[in-house]
Write a protein that binds this ligand. Structure first.
Ligand code: WTA
Length: 643
């Protein structure tokens, strides 16, 4: 039996979308008259220099939205608030890891953005050029993004944890003219030396397009400055005007490219356009996060990932809210850093990932208990399926049973949230993203594109293009076609497996390549993981399949344990039994391996692909540039050799 959690009546009464009928009315209108629906939203929620000629153009699989319309993302995020009474409202509330803080009003942010846009202009950069932004989580990161957006320079933010190699590949693929960086940033009380990595990426002359580097001074440590190539941000800004008109850009102008790992070794540059992207980021802020004028909103992601683009920078600033930004790690100086920030700034809406929640569960409830979390009214989750046990902990320990949880399913490619509960309307079930957003038509199908029955697993597809969808893969339209629109012809293939229950709720089961088949039973790695982490001794689990002579595939589990005395042999037997009991005998793991850490990407996703390689071939090949700590993999592979 699924547990159902309706939102509390007080929340529902004040919500932007209140009650199931209101949700249904929006959904049905968007389904039946999509162009009218989006045109109305675009007119009401964004500023346009010139209205579009027509709403939608579709040359499968290439979409255009608001064709002929002229707008500017930076204008929408700044000028219209400054002109509309929010000049003194705090736009960004920032806390550095060492404890320094900044509070930047919309008026001040506009001045900062204009000044830096004038710097970019003075270096000869113009609409259509490309900038790589490789910065720590400081306010100048959104300033740089918005300055690019103001002029029509397409930006690509590279997460500060990426190596010089990964950075180089991105500069090259994008053909960027400029790299915007900082000397370094703070993480776990250590300096992340960003400028050194930029020097390494540019060293051998491998990036001929990138002629200039602009460096913001954050840590004030010693760095090399290459004459004629590197310039200090603060020196270039001297004497620059704080006014800079926003370019009137085509609605389809490329706003940004964000690289994400694909199935091959080469990262894909996901390209987003201007008008449709901003519209859907804006609408989902209102629908999913129920933004109200007085809200203090905090998304704990890094801006280097799509979640930070849409839900730290563009979405929150477009709706004129206050967006909290924190530079560092959640465990520095101690495991209550996040909760101290929530209490200090009276955060109302908090958005994070299941991985983070599970890591915090592992440390115990004493950390959140030290702080007053009563300002919270809504919680969110993103990035991977949230196991019901973690959902319930989040609800009980952080939300005190009072806050609805929005489990938001979407992807770098979708630009904005696709499936999530509107919290004033849709009762939640732990582990389910619940119902689609207006204009999103998900379906569960088999590989022939035929719908599967409710309750059965299948491929999650989206049947209709939406405003914030990726427009292409940068420089590789063929790959875009092949990857997303050819697996099931004519529809968008998400790469996720899912099922829909009899209430129409969607349950995301993980990437398609994470689905195992054991004795002909389809089994999601996630289901097994979810079962394992319910066991009181287990902190985290990652499950992969390995080839098996008799059953086709067998379940292999990598498990980290909570602190305490454990007898691995006994516990291994117990956990296999536990999984068989939780799911069914067919799911009984072949193997349980205990480890002190799991290999994760820097955004916190467990890299199951690496584990699969370890269990099948004992070694790791392919792209590991997104891995946070290579030594985890080396240890796991070595462990295998000893067996
Ligand atoms: C997974 C992150 C279950 C999914 C915004 C998707 C999720 C991939 C959820 C995209 C969720 C994201 N429930 N799975 N709420 N959110 N995913 O591009 O497999 O980093 O395809 O975008 O993460 O990851 P990406």
């Amino acid at each position: 039996m699924d547990h159902v959690y309706p939102s509390n009546p007080e929340f529902v009464a004040k919500a932007n979308v209140s009650g199931m009928d209101a949700y249904r009315a929006l959904y049905e209108r968007a389904e039946q008259q999509p162009e009218e629906f989006w045109a109305e939203r675009a007119a009401e929620n964004l500023h346009w220099f010139k209205k579009w000629d027509h709403v939608f153009e579709w040359n499968p699989p290439f979409a255009k939205w608001f064709v002929g319309g002229k707008t500017n993302v930076s204008y929408n995020c700044l000028d219209r608030h400054v002109n509309g009474g929010r000049k003194d409202k705090t736009a960004i509330l920032w806390e550095g890891e060492p404890g320094d803080t900044r509070k930047i009003s919309y008026g001040e942010l506009l001045r900062l953005v204009c000044r830096f846009a004038n710097v970019l202009k003075s270096r000869g950069l113009k609409a259509g050029d490309r900038a790589i932004i490789y910065m720590p989580m400081i306010p100048e990161l959104p300033v740089a993004m918005l300055a690019c957006a103001r002029l029509g320079i397409t930006h690509s933010v590279v997460f500060g944890g990426f190596s010089a190699e990964a950075l180089k590949a991105r500069i090259q693929d994008l053909g960027a003219q400029v790299v915007i960086t900082a000397d370094g940033g703070w993480r776990r009380a250590k300096e992340v030396r960003l400028k050194d990595a930029v020097d390494e990426a540019l060293a051998a002359g491998d990036c001929p397009t990138a002629k200039e580097v602009i460096v913001y001074r954050r840590t004030a440590s010693q760095i090399a400055i290459k004459e004629g190539r590197d310039y200090w941000w603060h020196e270039l800004e001297e004497g620059m005007s704080e006014e800079c008109p926003a370019a009137e850009l085509d609605a389809e102008h490329p706003l940004y490219v964000l690289y994400t790992s694909g199935t091959t070794g080469k990262p894909k540059g996901i390209m987003h356009a201007t008008g449709g992207y901003l519209l859907q980021a804006t609408m989902t802020m209102k629908w999913v996060f129920d933004i109200q004028e007085s809200d203090m909103y905090w998304c704990s992601a890094d801006i280097g990932w799509v979640t930070g683009h849409s839900y730290i920078v563009y979405g929150p600033l477009s709706v004129g809210t206050t967006t909290v930004m924190y530079e560092g790690a959640p465990d520095t100086p101690a495991f209550d850093r996040w909760w101290s920030i929530v209490a200090k700034y009276k955060v109302n809406i908090f958005y994070t990932s299941p991985t983070a929640i599970r890591a915090l569960i592992r440390q115990g409830e004493q950390w959140p208990e030290k702080h007053d979390l009563s300002s919270l009214r809504l919680l969110g989750s993103v990035g991977e399926p949230i196991n019901p046990a973690a959902w319930e902990w989040y609800h009980r320990v952080i939300g005190k049973g009072r806050c609805p949880i929005v489990d938001t399913w979407w992807q770098t490619e979708t630009g904005a949230i696709m499936i999530a509960p509107m919290p004033g309307a849709v009762p939640q079930k732990p582990g389910s993203g619940t119902l689609p957003m207006p204009g999103v038509l998900p379906q569960i199908v088999d590989l022939d594109g035929k719908p599967v029955e409710d309750g059965k697993e299948g491929y999650l597809i989206l049947r209709r293009p939406w405003p914030s969808m990726l427009r292409t893969i940068w420089g590789d339209p063929e790959r875009y076609k092949e990857q997303y629109w050819s697996r099931v012809p004519g529809v968008y293939f998400t790469g996720d497996a899912a099922r829909r229950d009899s209430d129409g709720y969607f349950w995301i089961l993980g990437r398609v390549d994470d689905v195992m088949n054991v004795s002909g039973h389809r089994l999601s790695t996630m289901e097994v993981e979810s079962a394992l982490v319910k066991h009181p001794a287990v902190a985290e689990a990652a499950v992969v399949s390995k080839p098996h002579e008799i059953t086709g595939q067998a379940v292999c589990c990598f498990v980290t344990l909570k602190k305490g005395d454990h007898d691995p042999r006994k516990l291994g037997v117990e956990l296999r039994q536990w999984v068989a009991h939780e799911i069914g005998a067919f799911a009984r793991p072949e193997e349980i391996r205990f480890t002190d850490a799991l290999p994760k990407t820097r955004s916190g996703k467990i890299m199951r692909r690496l584990l699969r390689e370890i269990v099948t071939s004992h070694t790791v090949a392919g792209d590991v540039t997104t891995l946070e700590d290579m030594s985890v993999v080396t240890r796991l592979a070595a462990q295998q050799d000893e067996d």
